[in-house]
Design a protein around this ligand. Structure first.
Ligand code: ATR
Length: 277
């Protein structure tokens, strides 16, 4: 008698204890009655390649990849989606039946789906977007904003050279604004995104002047701990439509769960509650 194989998945990072992905995937496994496991793995950079290539043989159908491995893991993959190449990083691996390791990046997808769900009237084509920050998260946000037809992206970063590099990579629809003038770029923006780590628990607040925010603009913060940042609090007071960053984490997990376990999960209040546990 051959026993049915129980599919295994997980998340690889270092550190990994703070990751919300295990609670979320376990909630979905339970909700849909799937006999699988989702396991957090703390793996150092020097062991990444060995761990990733061993997991398929141990019954894993795939893994999420988080800090600090999202760029490095691209070197291990056999196939890489166009969107992961564009972003220069992967957050999801699929271990295919033919033995090939497939790398994808669903962060931009999660970002857009979060805005679509949280701000149903959001029209990204209606005007420019303003993006604060130029790190790894900004790359995924910019790629997806361009993909949904944003006419222009104004980007500002403390270290200007990083914003200039993004402008070089993504082209003429991007305009770089000096960090000291970041508040000015909010005046025209119909979409505003904080991709910096400012406002996160343990980090300083985002101090960019916010009085230029347009009422009705859709404003989101990738920071989700705390859920309510200064940016979102002020934006709400000014009549903007605000969307917190937790939804991006939930939505980016959807395509991975579907590929690994064969069910497309729903992002609802129960999924949010599970991620916050
Ligand atoms: P991630 O991949 O999560 O985007 P990152 O690459 O370290 O992480 O980028 C963090 C972002 O937060 C950057 O835009 C960073 O600005 P710099 O490029 O100037 O470092 C921004 N950031 C972090 N701390 C900041 C601070 N104290 N003031 C202004 N920006 C800050």
């Amino acid at each position: 008698m051959t026993l049915p194989r129980i599919p295994l998945a997980g998340v690889i990072g270092s550190p990994i204890a703070h990751s919300k992905s295990p609670q979320l995937h376990r909630h979905w496994l339970k909700t849909y009655g799937i006999p699988g496991y989702y396991i957090p793995m703390d793996v150092s950079p020097e062991n990444l390649s060995e761990v990733v290539t061993t997991l398929p043989k141990a019954g894993f159908v795939g893994v999420n990849i988080t800090v600090p491995h999202k760029e490095k893991v691209m070197e291990i993959a056999d196939l890489i989606t166009d969107r992961a190449i564009l972003i220069g990083a992967a957050n999801t691996l699929i271990f295919r039946k033919d033995g090939k390791i497939h790398a994808d990046n669903t962060d931009g997808y999660g970002f857009v789906e979060n805005l679509r769900q949280g701000a149903p009237n959001w029209n990204p084509k209606a005007g420019p977007a303003a993006v604060l920050g130029a790190g790894g998260a900004a790359r995924a946000v910019i790629a997806s904003l361009l993909d949904v037809g944003v006419p222009e992206i104004l980007i500002s970063n403390r270290t200007r050279i990083r914003a200039d590099a993004l402008q070089q990579d993504f082209g003429k629809r991007l305009k770089v604004v000096d960090w000291v003038q970041a508040g000015n770029m909010l005046e025209e923006a119909v979409t505003v995104v904080n991709t910096t780590s400012l406002g996160m628990i343990g980090k300083p607040e985002l101090r960019v002047p916010l009085d230029g925010l347009r009422p009705g603009a859709v404003v989101t913060d990738l920071v989700y701990a705390p859920l309510q940042t200064r940016l979102l609090r002020v934006a709400e007071e000014m009549g903007c439509v605000t969307v917190d960053g937790l939804g991006m984490l939930l939505h980016q997990a959807v395509p991975a769960f579907e590929r690994w376990f064969g069910v497309r999960p729903t992002v609802d209040a129960a999924a949010r509650a599970a991620a916050l546990r």
